[in-house]
Design a protein around this ligand. Structure first.
Ligand SMILES: [Zn+2]
Length: 267
């Protein structure tokens, strides 16, 4: 018996219904849905590899399988001890208990194989997810940080990221004033200061967004394109609402370039 669903090819697991086993497709609650189920004849003895694969597919994590392994081996050890120590068993009874211990060891072996495979799979899955997030970060960084956007553009991008999470942007008028004062006091360029501040904020947003966009299994470029599309649309439509702040940024940029303001810089 194969452990892949004959109808949709997804992995199958074994379930119990009133003590009777059946193969069940893991696509039951997925889309497209598959409800394939096939009873296993009660006299069918499953090979150890099949038990291992089915339990790997049916369990949520490797730790669960490690517990199973320990449980079966402990139980087998207890039976062996009974056979060795009991003064009252006849040969037939001893044989029955030894056979039971063998069956339990077989389950323990299957659980061990399943545990190892599951752990490998979990590791590969974690690596895959990390790679996806890194790709998402790289792509968003190229688009928003390395593209040399103007401070107003960066501010709008920041607002769009915040709106996407249902929050308000952290860069407000108060902070704008502080950045301006700091630039003047240190005698350095306000344009550079504000860009550095906004870059810093946008980078935090990108790091966070990459976690979400990178999550999942679908086509990453499709997920990225739709995320970027949302951000672009939002930053365009936020232009009207953010007009006062945009003007404030532009005023400060103009002021920093005004020769009458320059002499006010303290050194
Ligand atoms: Zn199926």
């Amino acid at each position: 018996m194969s452990v892949s669903c004959p109808e949709c090819g997804r992995p199958m697991r074994i379930t119990l219904r009133s003590g009777r086993r059946s193969w069940q497709c893991t696509g039951r609650f997925k889309t497209p849905n598959c409800s394939y189920e096939q009873a296993i004849p009660d006299d069918e003895r499953l090979p150890t590899e099949v038990i291992a694969r089915a339990s790997m597919q049916g369990s949520d994590n490797g730790d669960e399988l490690a517990k199973d392994q320990a449980k079966y081996r402990r139980a087998a050890g207890s039976l062996d001890k009974v056979v060795d120590e009991s003064l009252y068993l006849c040969g037939e009874e001893r044989d029955a208990l030894r056979e039971a211990a063998r069956i339990l060891r077989r389950l323990g072996d299957a659980a061990e194989v399943a545990k190892r495979k599951k752990k490998q799979w979990e590791k590969a899955e974690a690596e895959r997810a990390a790679k996806r997030r890194a790709e998402a970060y790289k792509s968003l960084k190229a688009r928003y940080l390395d593209a040399n956007r103007s401070p107003v553009d960066l501010y709008l991008v920041l607002c769009a990221f915040a709106q996407d999470k249902g929050m308000t942007p952290v860069f407000d008028r108060d902070r704008l004033g502080k950045v301006f004062d700091n630039a003047l006091m240190s005698g350095s360029s306000f344009a550079e200061h504000i860009k550095r501040e906004l870059d810093y904020d946008v980078e935090r947003e990108i790091e966070e967004a990459a976690q979400f966009v990178g999550y999942g299994h679908g086509d990453l470029s499709v997920a990225l394109a739709s995320f970027v599309d949302n951000i672009e649309k939002a930053s365009q439509s936020l232009r009207t609402r953010e007009q006062p702040m945009i003007e404030a940024i532009e005023d400060k940029l103009a002021m920093a370039n005004d020769p009458k303001v320059v002499p006010l810089r303290r050194r």
